[in-house]
Ligand binder design. Structure first.
Ligand SMILES: [Zn+2]
Length: 512
């Protein structure tokens, strides 16, 4: 057992599986680079056999990332494992993560296999994966609800086949901390070759205990890898949150006694990047990355904080990358100042052309908004990356009229399949009229399942950031738009969602 806790981030795989959180290859690559900056030990980049898009994303990440291990998920069969190995061929350090369900319910209902068949397939899969790469992780899906005797047999067998990491998922978020911790401990004590592998925890947050369960798995069970996601992104109530695990282990080092590689100063930037890319907004009272997470921002305790910082604060806001809202740039700022600010924010642009395009957007924004904050710059970069997707629909201009006692009307100009078009409509309000004007031409038939507006930097002078979630034929996508005018931001978000709806491809469902 080492004193190092391995942080395995699965934002791009398990997190991305959350309906509406799907990301393009470029978006994933950008988040992977941020995870590398954060010094995450392992980046689970995707599930290569699930779709060509996922294969390409994993491949691009494997080729670009040098400092973190890049991992690909695969079911326990040769085809999946070969696809993962192919996608990971360019990685500096590659890991194959293979899984098969071991709980009675999953084996019987989902796999329609006997326990003996599952055991045999798990062994063959790990053996096959070990012939491809040296670093192989095995997960018994729904492990926590599996029969402990059977699980011991499976795990002992896959370690003997060469699995280097054993991950025990609480796939459905059913565990409670003490029991889960002892479950891991029992497995490690009963399995004769358990010391040949690193033990890992993977918890879901259905009962709000993913972080607590993971920490119990570490403290009681002796696990030395935690699987987690930025902002706790994930299906249903989400996964274990990376920022909470990291800051708990750091802040309470007196108790956990573990070392981490994570460079915590990049946490807030990673959180913003993930929320802006997916449209999954972070609640204000979210630990570590919520807007109210630190006492000095909430007002109530300000007096105490001013007198003595540790009256109310157990962590320093700047240690996780919070900087005070300050005017960083304005209308007169040049390209170099803009580039420098991007670098300070940890944002790297893929090319000079991308930088120039982002700078142009910045100038346009600075013409309309006197003070540009870091949040504005990050939103602008996100918009720039979103527009790199093969854009079927893009915003040009908008006029709308609303007056008490009259029906609001909107007239919008946008490009559709490369051609400029004009849509007009009335609606219940200016936003409704604008989106109906778009829909009158696009006719997507999509149902809107979520609409939310958020002030990027707090006041009415800030940009509005709008998230639109659309559902069509079983697919769910999110679009995000930012603009000082919330009606324009709404139209951009709607067009962004339509683009995603248009480009999203079908894929196989992965492990929970
Ligand atoms: Zn999961």
């Amino acid at each position: 057992m080492t004193d190092q806790l391995i942080i395995f981030d699965t934002t791009l795989r398990d997190g991305e599986q959350s309906p509406g959180a799907s990301m393009t290859r470029d978006e994933k690559l950008r988040i992977a680079r941020q995870l590398e900056r954060l010094k995450v030990d392992v980046i689970e980049a995707g599930f290569p056999a699930s779709s060509n898009g996922d294969f390409e994303a994993v491949q691009a990440i494997a080729n670009a990332i040098k400092d973190s291990t890049v991992c690909g998920l695969s079911r326990a069969n040769d085809r999946d494992i070969s696809r993962a190995a192919d996608a990971l061929a360019g990685a500096a350090r590659a890991r194959i993560h293979t899984f098969i369900a071991t709980s009675p319910l999953h084996m019987e209902k989902k796999l329609r296999m006997t326990p003996e068949q599952v055991l045999e397939q798990a062994k063959l899969a790990v053996r096959f994966a070990r012939n491809k790469v040296a670093d192989v992780e095995f997960s018994p899906e729904d492990g926590y609800r599996s029969d402990v005797d059977f699980l011991c047999r499976v795990l002992e067998a896959v370690i003997a086949e060469g699995a280097t990491t054993i991950n025990v998922p609480d796939t459905v978020g059913y565990a409670v901390p003490e029991l889960y911790g002892h479950f891991i401990k029992t497995l490690r004590e009963r399995i004769p070759n358990s010391d040949k592998a690193i033990w890992s925890v993977h918890c879901h947050n259905d009962l709000g205990m993913a972080v607590a369960n993971s920490l119990a798995g570490v403290k009681i069970g002796g696990a030395r890898q935690v699987e987690c996601t930025i902002n706790g992104l994930g299906e249903r109530a989400g996964n274990c949150s990376l920022e909470e695990i990291v800051m708990a282990v750091k802040t309470r080092k007196d108790y956990f006694g573990l070392e981490l590689n994570i460079d915590t100063q990049h946490i807030v930037a990673a959180s913003r990047m993930v929320s802006q890319t997916t449209g999954f907004v972070v609640q204000p009272n979210k630990a570590v990355v919520g807007a109210n997470a630190f006492a000095h921002a909430s007002g109530i305790h300000q007096d105490g904080v001013l007198k003595a910082r540790d009256t109310y604060e157990i962590m320093r806001a700047e240690d996780v990358g919070w900087t005070a809202n300050k005017i960083v740039l304005g209308k007169l700022s040049g390209r170099n100042a803009f580039k420098q600010r991007l670098q300070d924010l940890g944002v790297s642009m893929d090319s000079e052309a991308d930088l120039n395009a982002a700078f142009l957007r910045f100038k346009e924004l600075a013409d309309r908004k006197a003070e540009i904050f870091d949040e504005d710059i990050l939103a602008l970069v996100s918009a720039e990356q979103q527009s790199n997707v093969d854009e079927q629909f893009s915003f040009v201009s908008l006029a709308q009229h609303s007056e008490t006692g009259e029906q609001p009307k909107a007239r919008i100009v946008f490009t559709m399949h490369g051609k400029e078009v004009v849509g007009e409509s009335g609606g219940n309000g200016p936003v409704d009229a604008s989106l109906k004007a778009i829909e009158s031409l696009v006719k997507s038939g999509a149902e809107m399942v979520l609409y939310s507006v958020n002030a990027i930097s707090g006041s009415t002078e800030s940009q509005g950031e709008v998230t639109v979630r659309l559902q069509n034929a079983g697919r769910v996508v999110n679009g995000v738009g930012a603009d000082p005018d919330i009606v324009v931001a709404s139209a951009k978000a709607y067009l962004g969602a339509l683009n995603k709806l248009h480009s999203q491809t079908e894929r196989v469902a992965a492990q929970g």
